[in-house]
Design a protein around this ligand. Structure first.
Ligand SMILES: Nc1nc2c(c(=O)[nH]1)N[C@H]1C(S)=C(S)[C@@H](COP(=O)(O)O)O[C@H]1N2
Ligand SMILES: [Mo]
Length: 399
């Protein structure tokens, strides 16, 4: 493992992190964290540095050429995004000591991780994606991490369906419209907790598919990805998948935490985000090509295979079309490899023969409900939900 971020001095990482967090409007808690001398981000040392691009100490994305080389993204190549410094590693060293407080059910109480495991384990593959994945392609350069395509992966979770937990606690109390999940980060003292706590609400209907997970790709959930316990809301943008889950409540209203009420809102360009605007919830359908790429030199002309990944958000992928002329003419690609279910991504491939010169390759997905990936992004102040096929085009140079 030879990676730039492993060699980055601790102070530089903290400074980078603090600067990025200040940009995200969360500056209020940075100063206390720094004053406390928070440990360096050793929680990312195990990542495959060759495969990753580092934005700061708590945001790394997977390189485009690496994504999709296997259907399931290896954990050491999966992107990471933390808005707060993660809790101490001790919580994954003794996972059985972790407890989850459940509220809004007939018999509210704390459940230990062992009790949750006792309810039985299921596995589910989902796409996990940063809501700002594709932000780098917004010409207005919205504030926030400039993710390109690598703020995403497709992984296999192991855990218990949330429905089963609710049943074990006597069912829902009633009157709730949201699932509100709280992360277990240690909050700085002296600031209003609502301005810093990682707490998100999703519609109650997501109870149908939601999981509480403790495994990632068959291994105990690492700290970087929310271990020992995480909420997974299949088909929803990454921000709704709360890590270090310590409280889960069925609530009448959305959380008033800043990360719910002000951040991750679909505000019109130039507008200030506020709770009246739609939250970042479902992932819009999306696909992109990851091969061939000629960023590091030309490729020979002739026969080559165009490859990429496609997902439908909450819907299954129906088909994928590829264009090798920037979107004028389209051909249907082949869906390859096993189908891991409607929340996973599908790999696609198309064999083409191309002459020497520059070619613009694009893909667009059509989902099971007939929706088609759009040509244009929907403009918004935060740079969220970019699924424009045009923005995700790759230009290759063949000799
Ligand atoms: N508790 C907590 N959960 C969190 C976050 C966080 O900062 N704290 N970041 C969210 C965001 S913005 C994203 S994109 C995903 C990233 O998941 P990953 O780091 O496992 O890839 O986790 C989400 N869950
Ligand atoms: Mo994110």
């Amino acid at each position: 493992m030879s990676s730039s971020f492993l060699e980055m001095p601790r102070r530089q990482m903290l400074t980078a992190s603090v600067a990025a967090l200040a940009g995200a409007g969360l500056a209020s808690w940075c100063r206390p964290v720094r004053a406390e001398g928070h440990p360096p981000p050793t929680y990312l040392e195990w990542k495959d540095g060759e495969s990753m691009k580092v934005f700061n100490a708590t945001a790394v994305e997977t390189r485009r050429a690496v994504l999709g080389t296997s259907l399931v993204t290896p954990a050491d190549q999966l992107y990471v995004h933390n808005l707060l410094a993660p809790p101490a590693a001790a919580i994954v060293a003794r996972p059985e000591a972790w407890a989850l407080q459940v509220e809004g059910v007939k018999k509210p109480r704390a459940l230990s991780l062992s009790e949750l495991k006792g309810l039985g384990q299921v596995t589910l593959a989902t796409v996990l994606q940063a809501a700002g994945n594709g932000r780098a392609f917004f010409p207005g350069k919205p504030a926030g991490i400039p993710w390109t395509v690598g703020g995403a992966g497709c992984v296999v979770w192991g855990g218990v369906p949330l429905r089963r937990v609710v049943e074990a606690l006597g069912g829902l109390q009633g009157g709730s419209h949201y699932i509100t999940a709280t992360g277990g980060e240690v909050l700085p003292e002296g600031v209003d907790p609502l301005t810093v706590v990682f707490e998100r609400s999703v519609p109650l209907a997501t109870l149908e598919d939601a999981l509480l997970v403790w495994e990632l790709n068959g291994q105990p959930l690492p700290l970087a990805h929310g271990g020992p316990l995480r909420l997974i809301v299949p088909g929803y943008q990454g921000v709704n998948n709360v890590k270090y889950l310590r409280r889960l409540a069925f609530t009448a209203a959305e959380s008033q935490a800043r990360v719910m009420a002000r951040d991750f809102r679909l505000a019109p360009p130039g507008a200030r985000p506020d709770p009246s605007q739609p939250p970042v919830w479902e992932m819009p359908l999306k696909s992109w090509i990851h091969a061939p790429l000629t960023e590091r030199g030309k490729l020979p002309s002739g026969r080559l295979q165009v490859q990429g990944v496609a997902f439908g958000g909450t819907q299954a992928v129906s088909r994928v079309e590829v264009s090798v002329d920037g979107g004028r003419q389209w051909q249907e690609a082949e869906l390859v490899g096993p189908d891991l279910g409607r929340f996973a991504w599908r790999k696609f491939a198309l064999n083409v023969t191309l002459p020497a010169g520059r070619h613009t390759l694009v893909s667009r997905v059509i989902d099971a409900s007939g929706r088609e990936q759009p040509r244009e992004r929907v403009e918004n102040a935060g740079g969220y939900n970019n699924n424009s096929w045009l923005d995700h085009a790759v230009t290759v140079q063949l000799s």
